[in-house]
Design a protein around this ligand. Structure first.
Ligand code: GLN
Length: 302
């Protein structure tokens, strides 16, 4: 081996040590995923042939990626993608990286829809970001159409890319808006993963969060600011028989449910994540004339 070549196993050890020293929790796995990304070697390739040499080019790319990760840039931003609901979702620093716990929201919405999953449902995603919630739902609802709303044009560009890559762009539209959709009408399914972290808590969380857009994380002093603005809109836009769900922070079930009841939503169902923590609230709007009266017309100013 010449001075410029390094075996896969040694490169992995180097990068693992560097990432561990930078405080990365899963340093070894991160190193392997960075090597897969930069050298095109799958995890299986790496295990099968640990002695194979890395090309100078691959080694250089790996070093660059490792330096970024050591600055605690999230792995998903370095590789440009994160899996969500088994779908590859492109990410950039303009969008919140999809979290596995948000799959709980998708799962529970689908469960409530039951036999209506084949229907021509209208889906609305407030604060769509990467589009992950909307696109996961459309991937499971073959006749549904949906709109993703976000305040950030650059986030919407990522969401549009994702819709096209997943061949869901014929059923997904995107619109700029501050928890607001200009197009009138009501929806059968409404979802949102609003920012809900208390402003004062953000600095104490893992450094990776500093690389994500603050407007997707920061929920104000008590973490509930976005719900205050979002829930009245959600209440007005949810049609008869509609199913809505929002992600919440672990200690926000009671205050968020109260905000929702204040704007006329029924008592929600609380769903927990795999760690047993409260993770989302789900509302099912009953059909019937008594509900119709309180709904308004769902028009553009709602
Ligand atoms: N679950 C995210 C986190 O704790 C927060 C996402 C959000 O505010 N919607 O990092």
């Amino acid at each position: 081996m010449t001075i410029n070549t390094i075996a896969v196993a040694d490169a992995l050890t180097d990068v693992t040590n560097r990432l561990a020293a930078a405080g990365c929790e899963n340093a070894r796995l991160d190193a392997r995923l960075l090597l897969a990304h930069t050298a095109g070697l799958t995890l299986a390739d790496q295990t099968r042939a640990p002695e194979q040499p890395l090309t100078a080019e691959a080694r250089q790319k790996l070093q660059t990626a490792a330096a970024e990760r050591a600055r605690r840039v999230p792995l998903a931003q370095i590789v440009g993608e994160k899996e969500f609901w088994s779908l590859p979702i492109a990410v950039s620093p303009d969008v919140l990286i999809p979290r596995p716990e948000s799959e709980i929201l998708v799962e529970n919405i689908l469960r409530r829809l039951g036999s209506r999953r084949q229907d021509e449902l209208r889906v609305l995603d407030f604060g769509t970001g990467s589009g992950c919630l909307l696109l996961a739902l459309l991937s499971e609802l073959p006749a549904a159409k949906g709109v993703g709303v976000d305040l950030s044009q650059s986030a919407l560009a990522v969401a549009r890319t994702n819709a096209a890559r997943l061949q869901l762009d014929n059923r997904a539209a995107f619109a700029v808006g501050d928890w607001h959709l200009a197009e009138p009408g009501r929806f059968d399914v409404i979802v949102a993963n609003p920012p809900y972290v208390r402003s004062g808590d953000i600095a104490g969380l893992e450094p990776e969060l500093r690389h994500e857009p603050p407007q997707a994380l920061d929920g104000g002093t008590d973490g509930l600011d976005a719900y205050r603005r979002l829930l009245p809109r959600l209440a007005k836009r949810l049609g008869e028989g509609g199913v809505a769900g929002v992600e919440i922070g672990a200690d926000q079930a009671t205050p968020a449910a109260r905000l929702a009841t204040d704007v006329g939503l029924p008592t929600p169902e609380l769903c927990h994540d795999l760690a047993g923590l409260p993770r989302c609230l789900i509302w099912v709007r009953q059909t019937g004339p008594q509900h119709e009266k309180t709904l308004g017309n769902g028009g553009p100013n709602e």
